[in-house]
Design a protein around this ligand. Structure first.
Ligand code: 5AD
Ligand code: FES
Length: 345
């Protein structure tokens, strides 16, 4: 098994059967080697730097009904909120003082946030904080809309593809949602010059190793600048409430593989990873991750952006994720930098 890891480290192409063997192996020596090479690769390109992204969750309204997600429209128990322009600007002000140089505006697909409104908020952030990157994560929109948002000053867009295999995609989404459209959005974003983030959940219901390989192949064709993966975690008000969640081990395995397959990619140690294990994000950093995304949303709304159960950083104690994360990052042997943190590709 270690030969497969060596091959991946040398940048050679792995066949589907080799990838399957590596994803599924319980050979501890191979797992350790994968980790070691993942760290070496990130050190070679990014040193010990960890980039911060200040996450501003602007709306928990969503027109979609993804089966796994706690803020799906059919969850009538969800307590919905939207941030005002003033709220968003206050998050940025606070974030800037804390050293953040990327702001991520993320939300459900909420038609309240028109292009006009978003463009004017983006322009205001761009003007006030010219040294910061502006990232959007607002789901599927038209080519025209993505174009306007880019022209207003957005730099990056995060849109997880969620599942590249059509069968799995269908099992996780209502029939009105389309995988083809989602993939098309990602290619539109790239064409428009955004730095793009794609990604998927690990251990989603019905997901097999073959599906994961499909995800990796899709990422190879898209070549995104950022890849966001985290474990699936059941939410009590969804039909997947009784399903098993993704494991720490499999998520770390995939993070290591992704670091070697995409040496220069930006790879976040996600909140979901920190939710399934108390030191999950630290372990992610020790397996090739180089980004963390602390929550900058006003504490009063944090519990309402309720994608999955037991999400961390939502209580009063989390008013200041920045300090908490810096300690965690240092404990993993890495250092926080106050930079935009653009991708090297
Ligand atoms: N468990 C883990 N991740 C989830 N997401 C949505 N619901 C869940 C869940 N139950 C992820 C999706 C989405 C991102 C914002 O959060 O992949 O793209
Ligand atoms: Fe949010 Fe630790 S990172 S409380």
């Amino acid at each position: 098994m270690t030969e497969i890891v060596e091959k991946l480290y040398r940048g050679e192409f792995l066949s589907d059967s080799e990838l399957k063997a590596l994803i599924e192996t319980d050979d501890q020596q191979a797992a350790e080697l994968l980790k070691k090479y993942a760290v070496e690769t990130r050190l070679k390109h990014y040193g010990k730097k960890v980039f911060l992204r200040g996450l501003i969750e602007i709306s928990s309204y969503c027109k979609n009904d993804c089966l796994y997600c706690g803020i799906r429209r059919s969850n009538k128990e969800a307590d919905r909120y939207r941030l005002s322009r003033e709220d968003i600007m206050a998050c940025c002000e606070n974030g800037y003082e804390l050293g953040f140089r990327t702001f991520v505006m993320q939300g459900g697909e909420d038609s309240f946030f028109t292009d006009d409104f978003l463009c004017s908020v983006i322009a205001e952030i761009r003007e006030k904080y010219p040294d910061c990157a502006i990232t959007l994560s607002l789901g599927e929109r038209s080519y025209e809309s993505y174009k306007r948002l880019k022209e207003a000053g957005a730099d990056r867009y995060l849109l997880r593809h969620e599942a590249a295999d059509p069968e799995l995609y269908k099992n996780l989404h209502p029939s009105e949602m389309s995988l083809d459209n989602r993939k098309e959005c990602l290619f539109h974003l790239k064409e428009l010059g955004y730095q793009v983030g794609a990604g998927f959940m690990v251990g989603a219901p019905f997901q097999t190793t073959e599906h994961l390989i499909y995800d990796l192949r899709f990422l190879q064709s898209l070549q995104p600048q950022m890849i966001g993966i985290g474990p699936f975690i059941p939410h009590h008000n969804t039909e997947f409430s009784e399903e098993k969640g993704g494991t720490l081990e499999l998520t770390l395995r995939l993070l290591g593989i992704i670091r070697l397959m995409f040496p220069k990619v930006l790879l976040p140690a996600t909140t979901a990873l920190g939710t399934i294990a108390p030191n999950g994000r630290e372990l992610g950093l020790m397996t090739g991750c180089n980004v963390v995304m602390p929550n900058l949303s006003p504490v009063k709304v944090r519990k309402k952006y309720d994608l999955y159960d037991n999400k961390i950083c939502t209580g009063e104690e989390a008013a200041e994720c920045r300090g908490c994360l810096e300690r965690r990052i240092n404990s993993a042997g890495y250092e926080v930098v106050s930079e935009r943190g653009d991708c090297l590709i």
